[in-house]
Design a protein around this ligand. Structure first.
Ligand code: HEM
Length: 394
């Protein structure tokens, strides 16, 4: 079979190449993928989990966790982010920020998230684009809430985030320079926010993250600003595409939408199934730290290793009916938030809460919701994304 897991045009037309990935799982689960440079494509659930849980053998720092090979300048900035660090550097920062993302801290945001969803759904009239009106603003407004940013700053943060996202897709108007300028503006904004909270502490997550933990450790100024930037990047496009991909999956499986409308409390299991089915983050990269055997293949130190969550989430050894979109699936051990280990998604409780509330409110308030035109997909092999999804509330 012809294997090309990189071609962005394929992703733009059809999403992740599930046929090729299924073939790889059955025939070549750790597969040398030609390219500049080539990489090992890891497609089975078991191997993705193994790689994710052994940061000593598969580094996120050596050549970054990102798929693309970046310029030296970009690498220098990216290296400072937690996502691209290995233990023990990673461990200290992660434990400092974990405090803001426990199920309890996130659970306390439930009413705020309900209010944000209600406001967005109140504005829906006639024919609109689901991505622009719902999927994109929801995670951004929630991050603003998390940061304690005033409502009047939401549009500003939304605009920075769109410019950062736009810089990656030629269909959007932003240039790469605009993207980096927007990132610098987020960084400066974080700095200002931190100064305000130090001077005037509040009962919010930012204040909590700026305070020393029980061992007296704190994030320094630079670490805090970089963390806010990571939040805006990692918490935003992922959730946006889970929401829009989930909506599309429900349109494509009307029996599942009817189930949700009949019992909106199913939104809890539905949101997990959406993350499994969509796998909004298609892949992450690691670098082998040593010569070793993975899935029966001999790989060398410094080889590029790419784990495909979209593939692992359709592995029939774990999900016997993996090709069925079932919003009642329970248990659902998907690895859409990562395969466990040090970098497991910090925002997973938050993302699940947002998706649960969104789909519950949609099913309750707009049971006659319909798709009115084709979805347009993002031209990306990293984020399984949707740029446009025309709908009517019926
Ligand atoms: C890491 C997926 C939402 C913050 C990750 C990873 C994945 C992921 C696959 C990497 C795991 C690994 O390398 O092992 C997703 C998906 C989301 C989502 C599918 C939505 C459906 C969020 C949200 C936030 C967030 C809402 C925060 C507000 C982060 C951070 C990391 C991360 C900070 C890096 C953690 C670390 O390096 O320790 N996410 N994410 N994510 N995510 Fe998420």
């Amino acid at each position: 079979m012809h294997i090309d897991l990189v071609d962005r045009d394929l992703y733009a037309t059809a999403g992740p190449p599930h046929d090729q990935l299924a073939w790889l799982r059955a025939n070549s689960p750790v597969h040398w993928h030609e390219g500049e440079p080539g990489f090992w494509a890891v497609s089975r659930y078991e191997d993705v989990v193994h790689v994710s849980r052994h940061s000593d053998l598969f580094s996120s720092h050596k050549k970054l966790a990102l798929f693309e090979d970046l310029s030296e300048d970009q690498i220098a900035l990216q290296r400072l982010m937690m996502l691209n660090q290995d233990p023990p550097e990673h461990t200290r920062r992660r434990s400092l920020v974990n405090r803001g993302f426990t199920p309890r801290t996130i659970g306390a945001l439930e009413q705020h998230i309900r209010d944000i969803c209600d406001d967005l759904l109140d504005k829906l009239t006639g024919e609109v684009d689901f991505v622009t009106e719902i999927a994109a603003p929801l995670p951004l407004y929630v991050i603003c809430e998390l940061l304690g940013a005033p409502v009047s700053d939401r549009d500003k943060v939304f605009n920075w985030s769109n410019r950062m996202i736009g810089a990656q897709d030629p269909d959007y108007s932003a240039s790469p320079e605009e993207g980096s300028n927007a990132a610098m503006e987020v960084y400066a904004y974080a700095n200002q926010l931190a100064a305000q909270r130090r001077a005037n502490p509040k009962n919010d997550i930012v204040t909590k993250l700026l305070q020393p933990d029980e061992h007296g450790e704190t994030l320094d100024e630079n670490e805090f600003d970089l963390f806010v930037l990571l939040l805006v990047v990692a918490g935003n496009e992922t959730t946006r595409n889970a929401a829009s991909g989930g909506m599309l999956a429900l349109f494509e499986h009307p029996d599942q939408w009817d189930r949700l409308v009949a019992d909106p409390t199913m939104a809890k299991t539905a949101s997990d199934e959406i993350v499994r089915w969509v796998s909004p983050v298609n892949l992450f990269r690691r670098t082998s730290t040593t010569d070793q055997v993975l899935g029966g293949q001999q790989i060398k130190a410094d080889d590029k290793v790419v784990v495909f969550y979209s593939s692992a989430n359709r592995d029939t050894t774990v999900f016997p009916d993996a090709e069925v979109f079932d919003i009642g699936r329970d248990p659902n051990p998907h690895i859409g938030f990562g395969g466990g280990g040090a970098h497991f998604c910090l925002g997973n409780h938050l993302a699940k809460l947002e998706l649960r509330i969104l789909f519950e409110q949609l099913a309750r308030r707009h049971p006659r919701l319909r798709q009115t035109g084709p979805a347009r997909r993002l031209r990306s092999n990293f984020i399984n994304g949707i740029k446009e999804l025309p709908i009517t509330i019926g």
